[in-house]
Design a protein around this ligand. Structure first.
Ligand SMILES: N[C@@H](CCC(=O)N[C@@H](CS)C(=O)NCC(=O)O)C(=O)O
Length: 205
């Protein structure tokens, strides 16, 4: 499998899942401004939607959308237990979280990434995110991960998008449980490996 990614973008979620699952994953960086991959291909020919992530499968097909990719990757390594089995109550809980993270958190950041957004739109986006962070903070008082003791694909996705608060200088101090959660997930060996591979980890030599 090959993952088309941009450093620190939402493509980090399937990247983390692949490492947590112990799967081999080739990486190809995409320059979203020029629309070229680091190999010189036109990214639109790979994913006509024009955005990362895109996963080129071993059968030659290309799969897109974070929620689909994290499940696909986790399902390649069921022994890693990153995605509960289909039909179980836990699977629906993870799907519930993926929906929340995708629509309420990931896309909640949309106006903040868009340089054309007026300040008022950014202020509204931050207020909406604050409500979602308060909800997450309350939930995370119950256990170390979204599903309790078990790290799942939903944690890889939430870690990825909630970490954008650093870039946008959103203070998470009011959300102690969420802050501790991001530190906890960020300290996982495989998460650090993924961050390092994307050039996002500065370490003392
Ligand atoms: N619905 C897509 C959204 C993906 C997305 O928002 N990708 C961003 C990076 S996090 C991107 O590539 N934006 C560049 C663009 O839209 O041109 C998914 O869930 O995978």
């Amino acid at each position: 499998m090959k993952l088309y990614y941009a450093p620190g973008a939402c493509s980090l979620a399937p990247h983390i899942v692949a490492r947590e699952a112990g799967l081999r994953l080739d990486l190809e960086k995409v320059d979203l401004r020029s629309g070229k991959t680091e190999g010189g291909a036109a990214f639109a020919d790979i994913n006509p939607k024009g955005y990362v992530p895109a996963l080129s499968l071993d059968n030659g097909e290309v799969l897109t959308e974070v929620s689909a990719l994290v499940q696909y990757v986790a399902d390649q390594a069921p022994q890693a237990a990153l995605m509960p089995a289909a039909g179980t109550d836990e699977r629906y809980r993870v799907l519930e979280w993926l929906g929340f993270i995708s629509t309420e958190i990931h896309k909640g950041f949309g106006p903040l990434w868009n340089p054309q957004s007026p300040d008022a739109a950014k202020t509204i986006a931050k207020a909406n995110l604050a409500k979602r962070f308060a909800y997450l903070d309350q939930h995370l008082a119950r256990g170390p991960y979204l599903l309790g003791e078990r790290f799942t694909v939903a944690d890889a996705y939430l870690f990825t998008v909630a970490s954008w608060t650093n870039f946008h200088r959103i203070d998470l101090a009011p959300y102690r449980n969420l802050q501790a959660y991001l530190q906890r997930v960020g300290a996982r060996e495989k998460v650090r490996e993924a961050l390092r591979a994307e050039g996002l980890l500065q370490e003392a030599a």
